[in-house]
Design a protein around this ligand. Structure first.
Ligand code: P6P
Length: 344
């Protein structure tokens, strides 16, 4: 049999049936030094995603739509499902021995779970529990985004262990709650896709080693902010429209980035007058998406020549401009941004 074939494939001509759990254990078996700690954490994220998907699917029926009546640390109206999703992730990850610290978009401070200076390696998990939750009331795509870092026990303050550049992530991914529930995951060995089969309650692998199209005449941005963008971004939009580009924008980063990964194009959230550093958060939105996009062969920049994954974080909720997607399309944007800055 060829290396990429299995008995199942040879006997039926169709790929083997591998669940997310099976995939995680398959990857672990390829690393003799692995202790299973990371696998156990990814398993917690998988079960959280199934629980959140069950809530999202029935949101209106079980009266969990709408605002929770509170603002989060971002000053944004918390949706009921933001709070529910956040609690699900905190409770599942909190039960994993290998998790030292969790940090959430919904919590002002990180939650320090375990800080023994000795013993087995532990990890930090950062997440946006329900990205784009304002789409919920209109049945739009929403998602969970997660980023996993090694816990650095040398840090004086445990929380400082979180402030590592995105290049240090050991795993990253998202779950898109759309017409189907899709999990996109990387552990630094490429990008793999899984679809939740509700009839068996398992994520089933549907694609391995996903590669982003090198180019596609499509951009994704909130054009309502166009006049607030730095001139270079405005010049890019004029160039794109003169060159037959289409525009697609879901208003939820997970939905927009998922489309870019599969179809190509460029997603961007530029600096605006209201958000001079951009709106998206570095640690649990931009970094995980940047790792996925780069692992799929794309580019993810905060400014011309500045990889998002190289940005040195100063705070867990800091924001960063985002331009990511097909290499050729990111270059088109950044060429205009650089020219605009030079002309300023
Ligand atoms: P705007 C959702 O609130 C979010 O954080 C991202 O998921 C999304 O890409 C962005 O904000 C949308 O922001 O200003 O276009 O509504």
């Amino acid at each position: 049999m060829r290396a990429d074939e299995t008995y199942g494939h040879v006997a039926t001509g169709r790929p083997p049936i591998i669940t997310l759990q099976g995939h995680i254990l398959e990857q672990q078996s390829r690393h003799p030094e692995a202790t299973g700690t990371l696998s156990w954490i990814l398993s917690a994220i998988s079960i959280s995603a199934k629980m959140i998907a069950a809530q999202v699917r029935r949101a209106r029926l079980i009266d969990v739509l709408g605002s929770a009546g509170e603002e989060n640390v971002q000053g944004e109206q918390q949706q009921k499902l933001d709070v529910i999703s956040n609690e699900i992730l905190l409770r599942t990850l909190g039960g994993r021995e290998g998790v030292a610290i969790v940090a959430s978009e919904e919590n002002e401070e990180p939650v320090l779970l375990r800080d023994e200076r000795e013993g087995p390696r532990r990890y930090c998990v950062l997440f946006d529990p329900l990205d784009g939750s304002s789409n919920l009331d209109v049945c739009g795509g929403v998602g969970t985004i997660f980023s996993i870092l090694r816990h650095d026990r040398r840090s004086d303050r445990a929380e400082d262990s979180l402030l590592q550049p995105g290049s240090q992530q050991v795993a990253a991914g998202y779950v898109l709650y759309g017409p189907s529930t899709v999990c996109t995951l990387t552990i630094g060995l490429g990008v793999d896709l899984f679809v939740l089969d509700p009839s068996i309650g398992a994520f089933v692998r549907v694609e391995q080693g996903l590669k982003i199209p090198t180019h596609s005449k499509s951009y994704s941005v909130n054009e309502g902010n166009r006049l607030q963008f730095p001139q270079g971004y405005q010049d890019y939009l004029g160039w794109a429209q003169q060159n037959g580009y289409s525009s697609r924008y879901a208003g939820a980063m997970v939905a927009d980035v998922h489309r870019i990964l599969l179809k190509g194009g460029v997603f961007m959230y530029p600096p605006t007058a209201k958000a001079p550093k951009g709106k998206l958060r570095l640690m649990y939105e931009a970094n995980p998406m940047a790792m996925l996009v780069e692992q799929a062969g794309g580019k993810a920049l905060a400014a011309p020549g500045q990889r998002i994954l190289d940005v040195r974080p100063e705070g867990i909720h800091q924001r960063v401009p985002v331009v990511l997607g097909s290499p050729a399309e990111v270059d088109h944007v950044m060429d205009h941004v650089a020219a605009g800055a030079a002309a300023a």
